[in-house]
Design a protein. Structure first.
Length: 59
């Protein structure tokens, strides 16, 4: 079984893990109400998907 001869330094470990970040979610504007929402999903504020009303939301 392979065993490392030296301890991995903090810098070496950090360089290896530099791509372990979390990407921020994409946001777009609703074409009906203008609120920010995730793309290709029903708007949670107005209930529209594109130009169709999918959900009836009572305010």
């Amino acid at each position: 079984m392979a065993v490392p001869k030296k301890k991995t330094s903090h810098a070496k470990k950090g360089k290896r893990r530099s791509h372990w970040n979390i990407a921020s979610p994409n946001v777009s504007r609703c074409s009906h109400c203008g609120e920010t929402c995730r793309p290709h999903r029903v708007c949670s504020k107005c209930g529209h998907y594109g130009d169709r009303e999918v959900l009836v939301i009572d305010n």
